[in-house]
Design a protein around this ligand. Structure first.
Ligand code: BGC
Length: 246
């Protein structure tokens, strides 16, 4: 099946048509820059631009950086509270003129990694983490997703722990890879205490530079970089659309 996958992050909306059978992009992806917090009108315009660029008229799967309950956007991290309590499927449906289904962005990326990437065939407990503006998390057991896990929002020193250990925090505080890895290790310690995964898959832009920081990481679980890197969110949003249709 062909689904337009859109992955929404704190710095850009990225989208491409996806073949859900192979997990491959059918065209080069389009990236539309935004700045977080992002006014609703800007975000909808970015989604519209992506759908128009591909002249898209079919189904649209969206990975959104917040809790998604059915069609409704619940709590939102960095994109802005203005998105909360909205019917996301209806809003993005009007913008893209497609049949839209919404999912948490990390859940979508995790689905793609479990089907085509670093988690393929893994039957135990797997924690997918995406490091970007926030920290996204997706938890799988025997290949099944427990949706809307929000480990990035565990309180740490009075703030969500993603403010301390995300890739954006590395940039904001000008941390070296080694110093930032210490913050990530604190996050791992907390996350492992809560769910004891056997495998941790690390995604987000920084996963492409795993040679620079994975050597400093400490966890009980085996840690591997995502295989699909930046495409995971787009492919996963398309996969999730298809799964939900079954
Ligand atoms: C949001 C999550 C999202 C993560 C990565 C967090 O701020 O609360 O829902 O998965 O950022 O985008």
């Amino acid at each position: 099946m062909k689904v337009l996958g859109i992955d929404i992050g704190g710095s850009a909306f990225k989208g491409a048509p996806v073949d859900t059978k192979t997990g491959k992009l059918l065209a080069e992806r389009l990236r539309v820059e935004i700045a977080a917090p992002c006014p609703t009108a800007h975000g909808l315009a970015a989604a519209r631009e992506i759908a128009r660029h591909f002249n898209w008229q079919g189904p649209v799967g969206i990975g959104f950086p917040g809790i998604i309950l059915g069609d409704r956007i619940d709590a939102v991290g960095n994109l802005g509270h203005n998105w909360e309590n909205k019917d996301g499927a209806a809003l993005f449906g009007r913008a893209t003129r497609g049949k839209v289904r919404l999912f948490n962005d990390a859940d979508a990326a995790g689905l793609a990694e479990m089907k085509f990437g670093a988690g393929k065939g893994h039957q135990g407990s797997v924690l997918m983490l995406t490091f970007g503006t926030g920290i996204g998390s997706a938890l799988f057991y025997r290949g099944q997703l427990m949706p809307n896990i929000e480990f990035g929002h565990i309180p740490w020193k009075g703030k969500p722990i993603e403010h301390y250990a995300s890739a954006a925090a590395k940039k904001r505080h000008h941390l070296s890879w080694k110093k930032w890895a210490r913050c990530v290790n604190v996050f791992f310690e907390v996350a492992e205490r809560l769910c004891s995964p056997e495998l941790i898959i690390i995604g987000g832009g920084v996963s492409k530079q795993s040679d620079k920081w994975f050597k400093y990481l400490k966890a009980r679980a085996r840690i591997v970089p995502a295989k699909m890197h930046n495409d995971a969110g787009i492919v996963g949003a398309a996969l999730a659309w298809e799964q939900a249709a079954r």
